[in-house]
Design a binder for this molecule. Structure first.
Ligand code: FEO
Length: 174
């Protein structure tokens, strides 16, 4: 077995959080879609799929390392967004929290001198740079657009580099 009980438990908890993030993004994407902001809806549905990918990547790792999977209860996702900025700010806050959680997993891997886990978790560390940066950019664009949210969508649509970035084509990939 290539994984300690401590890391196995911690990664199982993270799997629950990533699936929770998937549900959170489904709610955010649905909020935008219901508000007829279809591009943002598409971006956040894509983000939900990415979170599922993160969870499954962790599942695969635990199984490959000889551990067991027990997905924990998943916290209820927010759906009471008062505005576009509120919804995107929730996403940014979530990603900042996930960054701390991933760092916590890396701390365990360092403490245990588990070099395989460190190598594996490096992907997630890098991914968080992209995720926090992506949400921070979208929030800033939404805030600057003021009452005219169509401007925010238009801006993202007209900036190919940003579109590629928000759709997961940045540094860390999917
Ligand atoms: Fe799985 Fe958005 O972090």
């Amino acid at each position: 077995m290539l994984i300690s009980k401590t890391l196995e438990k911690a990664i199982n908890e993270q799997i629950g959080r990533e699936l929770g993030a998937q549900m959170q993004y489904v709610n955010i994407a649905s909020y935008f879609t219901a508000e007829n902001m279809l591009l943002f809806g598409r971006i956040f549905f894509g983000q939900a799929a990415e979170e599922n990918g993160h969870a499954m990547k962790l599942v695969r790792y635990v199984l490959d390392a000889g551990g067991r999977i027990a997905v924990p209860a998943i916290a209820e996702a927010r759906s009471d967004f008062k505005s576009a900025a509120d919804a995107v700010a929730a996403a940014l806050k979530w990603e900042e929290e996930v960054t701390v959680q991933i760092n916590g997993l890396m701390d365990i891997a360092f403490k245990e001198k588990d070099y395989i886990a460190q190598e594996f978790l490096g992907w997630f560390v890098n991914e968080q740079l992209e995720e926090v940066s992506k949400m921070s950019t979208i929030l800033s664009v939404v805030q600057r657009s003021g009452d005219n949210l169509l401007l925010a969508e238009q801006y993202v649509q007209q900036t190919p580099a940003d579109i590629e970035r928000v759709e997961g084509g940045g540094t860390a990939g999917k």
